[in-house]
Write a protein that binds this ligand. Structure first.
Ligand code: FE2
Length: 276
């Protein structure tokens, strides 16, 4: 199987979101606007409560899904459709905003390290106005594909060893996993050739697709049938993501991601008039 090369790398860009939470935007920047079906990837990582305590107070979303994965610390999600939950390290909140949700994402801690990722996954036009949904899984509910020197924690999708993540019902058939890699550990895995795929490092370094990626760097995979990731001398923690592109226009205005200007205007109106 042809190994996929990495055809583009980006270093994250400092950003601030919510009530001033400092983060590193790794996708959804001028350098890398969109990676269909993925819209945005933020890494948050801070030891300073002043950076994160204010969190992400209530705000709307329409037209896509937000996926929060915690590496360290605890985060509470609460929304106006009655979903609520707290995840800790290794847990995920997969929130399907679809036609509209108002939610808050607040740190459930006063001090210590808070670290993780938020990924935005687009929805096809036909699903942007479906009912909102919410799936939450703790670390204990997420299975691991254990290889020599690598613990691959499978949030979504299925590995060649038959380990399947718990997230269901996502049309782009995402694969999303955290790889916890010992020094020199290797993870090689088929990825359907039609899928968009990327790797984002949390810490440590890896060699993949002909390039070396250090902390908080993202690599975009080119064509091929599989990916091979080898951890550097200090090991690594990385997120590996893949999914089928949607191939539709993207009209993005803040928390609303639709396919036409008219749909975005409607989203703003619906939100202002309390129809979320
Ligand atoms: Fe949000």
């Amino acid at each position: 199987m042809t190994l996929r090369p990495i055809i583009k790398t980006t270093r994250g860009m400092p950003a601030s979101d919510g009530a001033g939470v400092k983060l590193t935007r790794m996708l959804g920047t001028p350098d890398l606007r969109v990676l269909d079906p993925f819209l945005m990837l933020d890494k948050f990582h801070s030891n300073d409560p002043g950076d994160y305590l204010a969190g992400f107070p209530p705000h709307p979303h329409r037209g896509f899904e937000t996926v929060t994965y915690m590496v360290e610390g605890r985060m509470r999600h609460q929304d106006n459709k009655g979903h609520e939950g707290v995840i800790g390290p290794g847990g995920v909140q997969w929130m399907t905003a679809a036609r509209g949700i108002i939610h808050s994402e607040m740190p459930e801690q006063d001090d210590g390290l808070m670290s993780g990722f938020q990924l935005w996954v687009n929805l096809p036009r036909a699903e942007k106005m479906k009912d909102p949904g919410y799936q939450e899984f703790s670390e204990a509910q997420i299975p691991a594909d254990m290889r020599e020197g690598v613990e691959a924690r499978i949030v979504a999708g299925r590995t060649s060893a038959g380990v399947e993540g718990p997230v269901r019902g996502v049309t782009v058939e995402p694969f999303y996993a955290e790889l916890r890699m010992a020094p020199g550990g290797v993870f090689e895995e088929p990825v359907a050739s039609g899928k968009t795929a990327f790797i984002a490092t949390h810490s440590g370094s890896v060699i993949s697709g002909g390039v070396t990626l250090g902390e908080a760097q993202l690599g975009v995979y080119g064509p091929g049938g599989a990916v091979r990731i080898e951890a550097g001398p200090d090991g690594a923690r990385v997120m590996l993501a893949a999914g089928y592109p949607i191939g539709e226009p993207i009209v993005w205005a803040g928390p609303f991601v639709m396919t036409t200007e008219g749909e975005v205007r409607q989203a703003m109106l619906d939100y202002q008039q309390g129809r979320f």
